[in-house]
Structures are given as C-alpha cells and as structure tokens.
Design a protein around this ligand. Structure first.
Ligand code: DAH
Length: 333
C-alpha cells in the first residue's frame, strides 16, 4: 500500500515543532546534546520517519528528502543557537563566581626574618665559601674517639671529665666542639681539604649571661701540601676583616691538644681586646689518626663560638636572649 507523501511530511513538521520546543526550554549542555541525539541521531526520530520512505511512490521520494533536509537544518540551527547561549551563560556564571573584590581590606601578616644566630652563621659561611671552602655538617652525638681521642686529646685531659661533658648511657657523648668534624671529614676525603663545619655543641655549663649548655660553633679546616702558619694567619685575618670590618687583630700563643702551634685570636673592639677564636696548625698526630702522611700534608684549623660573635656584633649583654624567642628582642634585628 502506498502512503501519501503528505503523511510523512506532516510527521516531519511536527517533529520539528517538538524538537524546537524542547531546545528552547533546555537548561544544560548535556540535556541539549540528548535532544540532538534523540532527533538528529542515526537512530533518532527523523531517521525513523525517513525509514518509511520505501512506502512512498518513487516519484515523491525526492520531495520528502528535500523536506527532511529542511527540517534537519532548522533543528540543527536551533541547537547551535541554544548551545551558544548556554555556553555564554556558563562563562558568565563562572566569571561572577570568581570575581575578586580588590577593594576588600587585606589581612596583615607580620613578616618574619632570620634569627641573629642564623644570620651570623650565614654571614660567616658566606665568607668562607667566598674563600673556596665547602660547608660540611656532622652528627651532634659523637663517640669518644671522634670528639677526643683522634683529636690528640689524652685520656687525662680535663675536657674529658664527667663534669664537663654530657655522656650518654650507651657510652657515646654529645659533642663538646665541632672539631669532631675534622676527623669525620678527613676519614671520608682526601686532601686538598677546605671545609667550614657549623653546628650545635654541648657542655655541662651552668647557664648564665655568658654560658649555655648548648651553643653553636663553626669549625674551619684546611689540609694541603705546603700549608703554613702564614696561610692560617692570612685566612683568619681576611675572615675577621669581612666579619667585623677594619679591626685590629692579634694572635696570642695558646694550647689546644689538636693543634701545634696553637693560637688564640683577639680583635680590638670598642677600645678592648676581645678573644674571638682558637686556631693552630693541625697536630701531626691528628693527621696520622686519619691516615694522612704528615711528611706530605700540613693543615690549619680554627674554631669559634657563634653566640660570642653575634653578641659582639650586636652588642648583646646576655646569651639567654638568643634562646628565649622574645619577639620584642628578636624584632630588633
Ligand atoms: N675546639 C675548640 C673549642 O671548642 C676551638 C678550637 C681551637 C678549634 C683551635 C680549632 C682549633 O679547630 O684549631 O674550644
């Protein structure tokens, strides 16, 4: 039985009305896409109507094809228009949600800065790095060997006394000086060596204005062929010059178990001589302890307390101020 073309034509036209009605009220892009599939898709409503084409008089088929194209074009046009509108609305909503009101008052955040101990350490290390030194750091818990024995400190030396050193229950100890790093570094490295080793050290001191049971030191060690006392002097003078400015420097003969000869160094500061560090030529016994041949290599070493430097540089009268985190004090630096 032949179906009149007007039947299919009116079906297509009512599909167009149905589709455009749905498109006009849709609110999301996903729902819009569903409508597209539903009407224009391969298995959509329009294709279904066209499936009935076979029942038409063959002469009518091109006519229906032309009408179907018109309908598809109209539905596609509505889809495109609505998609654009929905996309624009989505962007608008996003922009509104992300609006930043730059006229709102800000929240004040107090700015932190370096602690005077850290800035003193950094300043000293910068100077030595500038002189070609490498920064090395080690452990705070040490063995008797690294802290004393390998540093040529005999068993009867007062520094080894229970009254001066924190010994741990397992027989280890808290290092009393950064000099222990000399041994650790030399054991792991071959000359030439130039290191600066900062760190915390521990002594059984009663806390007062100038003493603390925990404080900081920086250790300097250079080992090479042909290093002499004048290399030590030049290095220390350059360091103190960069640290304190153009001050007078004085070397006094002294004694340390791990250096020979040894010296203490003073700077002339505000009309007085202030002792600032200990130093000397590395004792041959120390070089031997790490397997260096003292006939080939010589070295120099120095050690100083960071707190003392900070106190002198900033004219502080009490070491405890460096530790109690009082912002009224720390803000001054
Ligand atoms: N270790 C010494 C101390 O804590 C400081 C010191 C003196 C270190 C002479 C050295 C040095 O490297 O050569 O008092």
């Amino acid at each position: 039985m032949v179906v009149p073309v007007s039947d299919l034509e009116s079906q297509l036209q009512s599909l167009q009305v149905e589709a455009q009605g749905a498109i006009a009220t849709v609110e999301t892009l996903d729902a819009l896409d569903e409508i597209r599939v539903n009407f224009l898709g391969k298995k959509g409503k329009i294709s279904k109507v066209l499936g009935g084409m076979g029942k038409l008089d063959p002469a009518d088929r091109p006519k229906l094809g032309a009408i179907a194209n018109e309908v598809k074009k109209a539905v596609q046009g509505s889809l495109d228009q609505q998609r654009e509108a929905l996309q624009a609305a989505k962007i608008q909503a996003q922009l509104e949600a992300e609006t930043l009101d730059v006229t709102m008052p800000g929240t004040y955040r107090p700015q932190g800065h370096k602690h005077p101990l850290n800035s003193t350490i950094d300043k000293a290390l910068d100077i030595f790095v500038g002189l070609g030194y490498t920064v090395a750091s080690g452990t705070e818990m040490e063995t008797d060997y690294y802290n004393f024995e390998a540093l040529n400190t005999p068993a009867d030396h007062p520094a080894r006394d229970m009254a001066d050193t924190f010994y741990l229950p397992d027989g280890n100890l808290l290092r009393t000086h950064t000099s222990a790093m000399q041994i650790r570094y030399m054991e792991d490295n071959e000359p030439p060596i130039r290191i600066a080793a900062p760190g915390r050290v521990y002594r059984r001191d009663t806390v007062d204005a100038t003493h603390s049971a925990v404080f900081h030191q920086i250790e300097i060690l250079a080992v090479d062929e042909g290093l002499t006392f004048t290399d030590l002097k030049g290095t220390i003078e350059e360091f103190l010059f960069q640290m304190f400015g153009d001050v007078e420097v004085r070397f006094r003969a002294s004694y340390f178990p791990f250096t020979e000869p040894s010296a203490e160094v003073d700077v002339r500061w505000k009309g007085r001589w202030l002792e600032v560090l200990g130093c000397g030529m590395v004792d041959p016994n120390v070089l031997k302890a790490v397997g260096y041949d003292p006939e080939i290599y010589t070295g120099f070493a120095a050690g100083f307390g960071v707190e003392r430097f900070a106190m002198v540089l900033h004219q502080m009268d009490d070491i405890r101020r460096l530790y109690n985190s009082d912002l009224r004090f720390l803000r001054q630096f």
